[in-house]
Every structure is written in C-alpha cells, then in structure tokens.
Design a binder for this molecule. Structure first.
Ligand code: AMP
Length: 334
C-alpha cells in the first residue's frame, strides 16, 4: 500500500489537524476554497498538497475525489464538513473518512441525537412537544442552526407562541428544550478503537454572544442569544470526573450497539453542570470540536496520558499510525 496521507477541508480545526498529522509524520492534503488559499498558504509548512476548489460542491467532483484517492488520503471530518459536503453526499465520498460516517448523519438530527443520549442513560434536559404546556424556562433550537444562532428563550406557552410568530418560525420543526441553569461545560473525548480506551483529552466552555455579555449589565436590557464567538479553557473540579467518564463510556457503549461500529476517535458531550453538581447533557458532536483548538500543545488532561504534547489533531493522526502498525486501518475508517 502506498503511503497514507491525511486530508481535511480548510475550515474549523483544519490547522490543528494538519499540524497533528505532520507531527506524526504524515503527508497532508488541504481541500481549500480559492478565496481562502491566501490564509492557509501562510501555514504552507503544514500542507503538502492543496486541492483548490471554487465552491464546496466541487468536493464531490470526480477529479477532486480521484486526487484524494491517488494521494491515498484519509479525510478527517470536522464541524464544517457536514455543512459543506452535505449530509446527502456523505456516503458518495469515495476516499475513506476517519471515524464512522453514520454517526455524522445521526449528529445532524437533533431529535435522534437526544434519543441516543437518553437511551444511553445519560441525563438530558426535558423536551417539550409543540402542544404541551410549558412549565419552565425553555430554549428553542432551530434545525441546522450553526453555533447557537437564532435560538431563543421562552418562559411559558404564551411567550413561546408570540416569539415564534414574530420570528416567523414553524414550531413543528424546532426542538423545544428545558433550559438548564448552571455552568456550561464541554468534554472532549477520544475513543481509541486500537487501544480500546476512552480518553478525556480536554474541556472548554464556549463564549457566547450576547448571553455572556449580559452579565456585565446589572439590569435586564435584552433577550439572551447564544451565538458562539470563541472558546475558553477549563479544568474540571476533580470529583466531576467519575460522571464525565461514566457518561463517555455509556455513549461509546450504546453507539457501538445502535450505530455500529460506534464512535471512533473524537467526540464531545456538551453539558450544563448544575449547582447540585448534576451534569445534564444537551448535545453531542461525533467528531472533533472547535474547543480542542485551545489545546494545540495538549491540555492538562492529555498530559496525563501522553508525556508529549498531544492535541486532538495529533491524537487522530496517532490513531491512524497505530492502526496501520496493527493492520486495523479499515476498522477506524468508513
Ligand atoms: P447548541 O447549539 O445546542 O450547542 O447550543 C448553543 C448554546 O446554547 C450552548 O452552548 C448553551 O449556552 C446554550 N444551550 C443549549 N441548550 C441548552 C440547555 N438545554 N440549557 C441551557 N443552555 C443551553
């Protein structure tokens, strides 16, 4: 077999993925929109091959696929991947994709995603149907919303209906979820199929506009919004770790059963920790998350496993390397 290369799309956590692949000795390939090339050329020491495209539909073109196949590329999916490739195209991509493509499809459905968490025995917020009475604060999530954009809060049914009508939102298509009061926390896991080991490689919280700005003003001036603008590192109170590992293990176990072969590599549970130290998980991501960009040189947790800087991008490349050495490459790709 010719040498494997690591490919990704120029967005989200691409620089981290490319750097990690280089650290592990792989050739790298970047699929890049023409108008972003000038940014990524600044990091050309991390990129062996550019595949330049005019728009994201070009990713599905046969010449792009052929170049990736000729370079023996494994594509690393990230948060922009589904958005750009499109959920309907994901199975038509010919080169191997790191991890389980089916999990990415699952991730794009907010109802299926919550059901998976709930069925795994992980505490999730209560969900309301459109006709139900609203007995507590709820957050209304629009389908396909990127980074929390357009979400809104409602305290009761009347407020829900009037806001939906004002915003011209069809409530049949949204997720109406209990708003859990507490501290947001996002746990970055890596499930290694080669080592059969769940690792916690970091955690962060998101900096969101305007909800994080509102607390600077002592009186109520506007409704909160939840547009993610950045990420902030956190280390967890150590006594939370048993729950964090338990929920991670539960997720790995049920995903193997429901979406075989289950989660492979990075995933994230997105949660609120309440003042009673309950961890309520409202979302998962079945791939690398942008919060891992905080830890390009490793996090306090990754140092507990590896005595060298280990970003999530590098951990992915390390898994590919281990899989090649153990003749397991076909098991960690789909
Ligand atoms: P999401 O798009 O689901 O990741 O949510 C975007 C942001 O909305 C999160 O980072 C939280 O700040 C907030 N959020 C989402 N769901 C909940 C919830 N059930 N309770 C409290 N905050 C939430």
């Amino acid at each position: 077999m010719s040498k494997v290369s690591v490919a990704t799309i120029a967005s989200h956590s691409a620089l981290q993925i490319l750097m990690g692949a280089k650290q592990e000795g792989f050739e790298t390939v970047l699929i890049c929109l023409r108008d972003r090339v000038s940014v990524y050329k600044r990091f050309s020491h991390l990129i062996d091959h550019f595949i330049i495209i005019n728009n994201y539909n070009d990713i599905m073109r046969s010449n792009v696929q052929k170049t990736l196949l000729d370079l023996n590329s494994i594509i690393i999916p990230h948060g922009s991947f589904i958005e750009y490739v499109g959920i309907n195209n994901i199975y038509d991509l010919e080169p191997p994709v790191f991890g389980n493509r089916k999990l990415l499809e699952w991730e794009s459905d907010q109802f299926k995603k919550l059901a998976l968490l709930r069925d795994a025995g992980i505490p999730v917020p209560r969900t309301y149907s459109v006709n139900e009475d609203i007995d507590r604060l709820v957050i209304v999530k629009l389908p396909g919303a990127k980074g929390g954009r357009g979400y809104f809060l409602a305290r009761d049914r009347e407020e829900l209906l009037s806001k939906a009508s004002y915003l011209e939102i069809d409530l049949n298509n949204v997720l109406i979820q209990e708003y859990v009061i507490g501290a947001p926390m996002y746990f970055h896991y890596f499930y290694s199929l080669v080592l059969d080991r769940l690792e916690l490689l970091g955690s962060d919280l998101r900096y969101e506009s305007n909800v994080d700005g509102l607390k600077r003003i002592p009186f109520r001036i506007a409704d909160p919004t939840f547009t993610v603008v950045g990420n902030i590192p956190i280390v967890l109170r150590e006594s939370l770790l048993s729950k964090v590992f338990d929920y991670g293990e539960r997720f790995v176990k049920l995903s193997k059963k429901r979406i075989p072969p289950g989660v492979i590599g990075p995933f994230c549970l997105e949660a609120i920790c309440t003042s009673d130290l309950d961890i309520i998980v409202f979302e998962f991501s079945g791939r690398i998350v942008a919060g891992t960009n905080l830890y390009m040189m490793g996090s306090p947790y990754s140092w507990l496993y590896f005595s060298e800087p280990m970003s999530m991008g590098r951990r992915i490349a390390r898994e590919i390397k281990l899989a090649i050495e153990n003749n397991m490459l076909s098991k960690i790709t789909s």
